[in-house]
Write a protein that binds this ligand. Structure first.
Ligand SMILES: [Zn+2]
Length: 348
């Protein structure tokens, strides 16, 4: 951790952790859940520092600002070691390849059988705990059933249902929120120097994840996402509603095929189309509140042609496709159905 972390929009987790520290009642195992890039690992490391800091000042490392929380920089021996990743009793376990393997949990168990070298409280952070294969999960369960002295385990994952229920039930569950668009925009403007309009678009694309927002904000990625947005909107002919019904089906099917090729960014691409449709609706009553401000001419044009009802039906078509995809429906067929609903004017 070279740059000192800023944690945003995680008031509740921070209050819970601070209460454990103040009361001296720290559970043996914590489970941090939430989407990628909201600060789970960062807060786990900060918590390890709070548990082991040697400074005489009481730990006030979670200083609450308005929405951002800054970590106090402490230069005591323990905090410096933890920050640099060289503390012998702060153990990080993460997937090796696709999985966390049983060998990793066995060697953890051997380490935990010994006393901590120097920590007041040893902290084991298991990142992406959902990557434990069943045998690793069962081996970890044994550790949780007989918790070693002066040791806390912190597991991170996206949702608790990704883990064995027997593991979840032995952990104190702490939920991390997606970061609000407004907070992401502020960070992008203040810390990354983006202009306000760009920050709005990037914040939408990031869907609540700070790490994703920072990655998109890099100018190379930003340009490619802005190009992708043009491609999505132009291909669907959403900016030329008069021509919607003349868009040949074959080119729409090709578009669905193209979308299905890039699974990693598919949900984000659908999010882009949704944010644009939302703008067309919003434009009708509050034009100043649209997100894609650089596309205002298109948005104005389309909002005159389509009714709010048509637009809501299109947004609904995307939502249905997103749900279907998450539930494992046939990707290509789902996208084809969605694209056709999007491109053609509803028959009323
Ligand atoms: Zn310290």
């Amino acid at each position: 951790m070279s740059k000192f972390p800023v944690i945003i929009d995680q008031k509740k987790p921070i209050e819970l952790l601070t209460a454990f520290l103040q009361k001296g009642t720290i559970p043996n195992a914590l489970l941090f859940t939430g989407i990628e890039g909201v600060g789970k690992r960062t807060i786990a490391t900060m918590f390890a520092m709070a548990c082991n800091c040697l400074s005489k000042e009481p730990w006030s490392f979670f200083q609450s600002g308005n929405q951002a929380t800054k970590c106090r920089i402490c230069y005591c021996k323990a905090c410096v070691k933890i920050r640099s990743g060289s503390h012998p009793d702060i153990i990080h376990i993460k997937p090796s390849g696709a999985y966390i393997k049983i060998a990793q949990i066995r060697s953890l168990r051997d380490m935990l059988a010994m006393k901590p070298y120097e920590a007041r409280i040893r902290v084991v952070i298991i990142s992406d705990a959902q990557a434990m294969n069943p045998s690793a999960g069962n081996a970890l369960l044994k550790v949780l059933e007989e918790p070693p002295a002066r040791t806390i385990l912190i597991l991170t994952t996206i949702q608790s249902s990704d883990l064995l229920p027997t593991i979840v039930s032995r952990c104190q569950h702490i939920r991390f929120n997606p970061i609000s668009c407004k907070s992401l925009e502020d960070i992008l403007v203040d810390k990354e120097g983006l202009d306000y309009d760009d920050a709005k678009i990037v914040a939408i694309l990031a869907s609540g994840s700070l790490s994703k927002a920072l990655s998109i904000a890099e100018s190379k990625n930003r340009v490619s996402w802005i190009n992708r947005r043009s491609w999505l909107i132009n291909t669907l002919n959403l900016d030329m509603p008069g021509q919607m019904s003349t868009q040949p089906v074959v080119s729409l099917l090709a578009f669905a095929a193209e979308l299905s090729k890039n699974k990693e960014i598919l949900q984000d691409s659908l999010g882009v189309i949704k944010s644009w449709l939302r703008d067309v609706i919003v434009y009708k009553s509050c034009p100043e509140k649209i997100i894609n401000k650089d596309l205002i001419d298109n948005i104005q044009h389309v909002s005159q042609k389509l009714t709010a009802r048509d637009l809501i039906a299109k947004i609904e078509a995307i939502r249905t496709a997103q749900k279907g995809i998450k539930a494992g429906a046939n990707l290509r067929l789902t996208l084809e159905a969605m694209v056709i609903q999007l491109a053609y004017e509803p028959q009323t």
